[in-house]
Write a protein that binds this ligand. Structure first.
Ligand SMILES: *Cc1c(COP(=O)(O)O)cnc(C)c1O
Length: 357
């Protein structure tokens, strides 16, 4: 049976990306060696690193005064590296979900943290508006897509201080104005590649402003000066990221992605609204185009498990919502074809016919 992969992360990758990675695992560019067994400092892997960085810059239109790095440690490691390197006295954070809370917790170990806005009062179902960013903060940290709660910041904020964004789950899903951010980072395993690589886009001028000692491995300058090769980078995950970016470029880049993602999300949100059994959990003006969260209507609550089993039986994978929201979450990342969203909608309709009173 065909599987439709709605997993939140690690998540769906384009078939062609997986096939090309499989080929490189057996033989990288016909050199008779696997991408897994060559030196990261040799010319064959250096070419992979260079192309991945070049595609990042090209596809996101990254200005020249930014560096693109690939490190280990996941987005979670950045939650501590950011304040370690950049928080002198005070930092501002927007609290929009579980990942934002984790970032805030780490920053508090390094200085004063001002939470300028929070949606914790309504279980993070919306993006706060009308907050003020203190002008004396060292930076302002946001999570653009809240993977667990299905909300997303779809604008590039104006800010009096440098903006740092966790874009783990929406990088390359739409065009962004990189010049409005001092740093963008995330784990690759949502919309870009397999787990193991962390991407970082960082502007020079925010560095070197704190007085504390920063351990060599945790210092951004170390990795900038060594082109992400101070130590051994996650070579195989980086290779797959390169294949994803080649695929993305061939399809037409982030503008085309945005159109496709918008179309998929609109289809699914429309069905959630129309269907008598289901309801969405995110406020309409804050809804994510990457993670679509929904639950059973109160009078059909007891059917939650039955629906999951029914959908699983039809080939749907990874639909169970995160435990802090419950219900269902359909992740519709770049690599998800519209056909999979249509298949899910057909399953929802069939289930409605069977169960609606
Ligand atoms: C998954 C996720 C993280 C955590 O990423 P790791 O690479 O597992 O540390 C952080 N932020 C967001 C928005 C995420 O979706």
């Amino acid at each position: 049976m065909k599987k439709h992969n709605f997993s939140a992360g690690p998540s769906i990758l384009a078939k062609e990306v997986i096939e090309n990675t499989a080929k490189a695992v057996l033989d990288l560019n016909g050199i008779g060696l696997s991408v897994m067994e060559v030196s990261h400092r040799g010319k064959d892997f250096q070419a992979v690193m260079d192309e991945t960085v070049a595609l990042f810059k090209e596809l996101l239109n990254i200005p020249d005064n930014y560096h693109v790095l690939f490190l280990g440690g996941g987005a979670s490691m950045q939650f501590c590296m950011i304040p370690y390197n950049l928080l002198n006295k005070k930092a501002a954070y927007l609290e929009t979900g579980t990942w934002a809370k984790k970032a805030i917790k780490e920053a508090k170990g390094f200085g004063e943290v001002v939470v300028v806005g929070s949606s914790s009062d309504k279980n993070f179902s919306y993006i706060p508006k009308g907050f003020a960013i203190p002008e004396d903060a060292d930076y302002f940290h946001i999570t653009t897509n809240n993977t667990i709660f299905g909300t997303e910041i779809l604008e590039d904020y104006d800010s009096p201080v440098p903006v740092i964004a966790d874009m783990s789950s929406d990088i390359f899903s739409r065009p962004i104005d990189v010049s409005k951010y001092a740093m963008i980072y995330g784990g690759a395993q949502k919309n870009l590649g397999p787990a193991g690589a962390t991407f970082i886009i960082i502007r020079d001028d925010i560095l070197g402003k704190v007085d504390r000692y920063i351990p060599t491995m945790l210092k951004y300058e170390t990795h900038i000066e060594n082109g992400s090769m101070f130590n051994t980078p996650p070579c195989l995950p980086i290779y797959t990221c390169m294949e994803t970016l080649r695929w993305l470029k061939k399809l037409g880049g982030v503008e085309v992605m945005q159109k496709m993602n918008r179309e998929k999300a609109d289809l699914l949100y429309a069905e959630i609204e129309r269907n008598k059994l289901f309801m969405g959990t995110a406020a309409e003006d804050s809804r994510s185009i990457m993670n679509i969260c929904f639950v059973m209507q109160p009078e059909y609550q007891e059917l939650e498990k039955t629906f999951l089993e029914f959908a699983t039986g039809k080939g749907m994978v990874g639909l169970k919502g995160h435990r802090s929201v419950g219900g269902f979450r359909a992740s519709t990342y770049n690599a998800m074809p519209k056909e999979s969203v249509e298949a899910l909608i057909a399953v929802m309709k069939e289930f409605e016919t069977m169960h609606a009173k």
